[in-house]
Design a protein around this ligand. Structure first.
Ligand SMILES: O=C(O)CCC(=O)C(=O)O
Ligand SMILES: [Fe+2]
Length: 463
């Protein structure tokens, strides 16, 4: 079923169409390392984009990471996501898995992914096989490495920006616009540390040979895309993203670049960058070879968009992020459920509950939490068909617990409705209660219909 796009989505889509119309049949210019202005433009317009070539990563770590990618792939741990874009279900061309802090989730394109935990200190996880355990450990190790590299790169960028500021001649005056200047004012080291404290990595895999229908890049003519233009969602503001790229290229496969050929080499994987809504500044297509890493620092992800341009060989990437999980951890949702169920006085053997309070604000909050646990957690989890079982049973008990709490909330809703219907309740109180909970109940009905159309029943009940 089609969800009606939000006003924001409609606005964005219209803006995109206007931009494409404006372009008519012409491509916008973009640069690759073959172009003379490539490095200059990069430094000028994309200074917060950092590339570290494979040589910056210890060889032993490369070996380990590449082995870990292969193990997870071999064990069938990566899945294509059925995401929601402008009200439509779309299957992503890339297969993914989220690894990260235990209990953490990451939401993108209306899909909540649940972490396969990496073994942080103090956690114990039962992995389904030593290979999967080792792989999660390896991505934690890579995470530590990339955190260090990010802090270093961020420090260098700050120093460069400071040098630029100092180098500006006094006569230019204070209003002279300078790209990027001021981004680090008031930022201390601790701040930068928090914004590179990656708590999850989203692994991507795609074999272009098995994916014949890839979209063409629409603005620059950069060729086939594995991931379309986007900003990464659900991240802590101004936090960094670090990406490790692994394509299966043999050393001799390095194509002899013909300097006559225009544009990027379609055999090689690239990451594309552009400034959002800007048709003046050339885009960049940066080739990524086996083991290269790139970093998006500070607000780059907000001001620019990126896409992944497919090459010939299969490719993995590990994209490390600081997920904004203030409402996205297991602890958070358990606390919310506890808050909702504080209003339950007793539960009888048949499940019926009696309530402590009929205060409209209390009832409203209870029904909102009921929706949150059902649509943001349980249905999201089961929609993905229990894929997590492949790697670990970590989510099994917590999800069962959330289901129990949700069931109790169903009894709460029944109790409220019983109360509303009960003879002798003054009309005014009845109206107050109905007004307080009506929006939540309507939302629940609509969302249940929407999820039912996506055809996945909740394991233990309503559908
Ligand atoms: O694979 C990459 O290089 C980046 C993928 C990406 O942009 C994403 O997963 O958000
Ligand atoms: Fe991305």
């Amino acid at each position: 079923m089609k969800r009606t796009p939000t006003a924001e989505e409609r606005e964005r889509e219209a803006k995109k169409l206007r931009l494409l119309e404006e372009l008519e049949d012409t491509w916008l210019p973009y640069l690759t390392p073959k172009d003379d202005e490539f490095y200059q433009q990069w430094q000028l317009k994309y200074p917060k984009l950092i590339l570290r070539e494979a040589g910056s990563v210890p060889e032993t770590l490369h070996q380990e990471v590449q082995g870990a990618f292969l193990s997870l792939h071999k064990r069938g741990c990566l899945f294509r996501d059925l995401v929601r874009v402008q009200g439509k279900d779309v299957l992503t061309p890339v297969s993914r898995i989220l690894i990260g802090n235990p209990g953490c989730t990451y939401k993108y394109l209306n899909t909540r992914l649940f972490t396969v935990p990496w073994p942080v200190k103090g956690s114990t996880t039962n992995y389904h096989g030593a290979e999967i355990a080792a792989a999660c450990q390896t991505f934690l190790k890579l995470n530590d490495h990339l955190r260090g590299e990010t802090a270093r790169a961020w420090g260098e960028l700050a120093a460069r920006e400071k040098a630029d500021v100092d180098a500006v001649p006094l006569c230019i005056g204070p209003d002279f616009p300078r790209v990027g200047v001021g981004a680090f004012e008031g930022q201390d080291e601790a701040d930068i540390k928090t914004r590179s404290a990656y708590n999850v990595t989203l692994l991507n895999f795609m074999d272009p040979q098995k994916m014949p229908y890839l979209k063409e890049e629409p603005y620059f003519g950069m060729g086939k895309m594995a991931v379309s233009w986007h900003h990464d969602e659900n991240l802590v503001e101004r936090s960094a993203v670090a990406v490790y790229s692994h394509s299966f290229e043999g050393p001799e496969e390095e194509s002899e670049e013909d300097p006559q050929l225009e544009g990027r080499d379609p055999d090689i994987w690239h990451v594309g960058f552009k400034i959002s809504w800007d048709i003046e500044t050339p885009g960049l297509a940066i080739p990524l070879h086996q083991g290269d890493c790139y970093f998006m620092l500070d607000d780059l992800n907000a001001t620019h968009q990126h896409c992944v341009l497919a090459g010939l060989p299969p490719r993995f990437s590990s994209t490390h992020r600081v997920a904004e999980c203030s409402t996205g951890t297991l602890d958070y949702i358990l606390q919310r459920c506890q808050l909702a169920l504080q209003n339950v006085r007793d539960q009888a053997d048949n499940g019926d509950v009696s309530l402590k309070s009929l205060e409209p604000a209390v009832l409203k909050q209870g029904e909102e939490i009921h929706n949150e646990v059902e649509f943001e957690w349980l249905r999201q989890f089961w929609f993905q068909g229990n894929r997590y079982k492949k790697c670990t049973d970590w989510w099994h008990q917590p999800v069962a617990q959330l289901e129990e709490l949700w069931k109790k909330m169903e009894f709460v809703t029944n109790a409220v409705l019983r109360e509303v219907r009960r003879e002798g309740v003054p009309m005014e109180q009845r109206n107050e209660i109905v007004t307080a909970i009506l929006t939540s109940l309507t939302t629940r009905q609509n969302l249940r219909r929407e999820w039912r159309a996506r055809s996945v029943p909740l394991r233990s009940g309503v559908c």
